[in-house]
Design a protein around this ligand. Sequence first.
Ligand SMILES: [Mn+2]
Length: 307
Amino acid sequence: MEQLWKKIEEYENIQIFRHVRPDFDAFGSQIGLYNALKEMYPNKTISLGGVMEHDLLDYYPSFENTTHDGDILGIVVDTANVDRIDGDITQCSYIIKIDHHIIVDQYGDLNIVDEKASSASEVVTLLLKEKNGEKPLNQNASLALFLGVVGDTGRFMYSCTGEKTFLAASYLMTSGINVEDVFSKIYMKKKVSIKVLQFIYSNYKEQGKIAYYILTAKDLAELGISREEGSNYVNTFSNFEEFVVWIAITQNEDGTYRVSMRSRGVAINEVANQFHGGGHANASGASLETIEELPSLLEKLEEKING
Ligand SMILES: [Mn+2]
């Protein structure tokens, strides 16, 4: 970790990146680290890499648009492989990767990866805690990191939640986070959900211990939701004892399909790897060129379940 802080101290310009199709953890670790570093190093120029326009950003503290002049240190959070980085890292002369995904690509000059951590936000939080001792982070940093931990653990519910997750959360709480306020904001539903859930419950399919639903581009348009929103219902089938794998299949505008898979007790990331994806043992993503590839995906998952 010495190397991390040595590099941060060495550079005047720091840009923090995350992955494309950002989630709570991507933004949480990115914006959290940004706010922490801004306070720790007020004289450095610190910016955010990638497209910073997204519905999720409503929940996060605001940030500035900053440009750099000179040598840049790039820090990439929550991103397993270089292709998934949002933004251009070629202008950075040194790259630090901070992640919690299974290692596929050590693209950093320095790689800090804890595959056991629940979230990149947990990793970032514990790095900052180690540096700061008992001193709390500023509220903006803490809120962002808390959102990241909560997002990737499903409010400390998923199996990725570990001892260190609570250690990180406990440290973040010292900045005075209002948990009820945070949860009621991010888990508040809109009435459109009723329509979507009706559709999913009426049209989902089963194969053995797998439950899945498909939302075509036409379905999404009729329901008035984006592809991303459609896949956010993946956990609709998480708490049924009959299912150990549950999947959301949503169609992209180009006709291909995005697959979000979750599981209980079965590692699914190897199957995801075979379908242009990857991820964690119990939470992975993949893509299908056509829906004809689905039977083969389901078959491979069944082999894992029965194997
Ligand atoms: Mn993550």
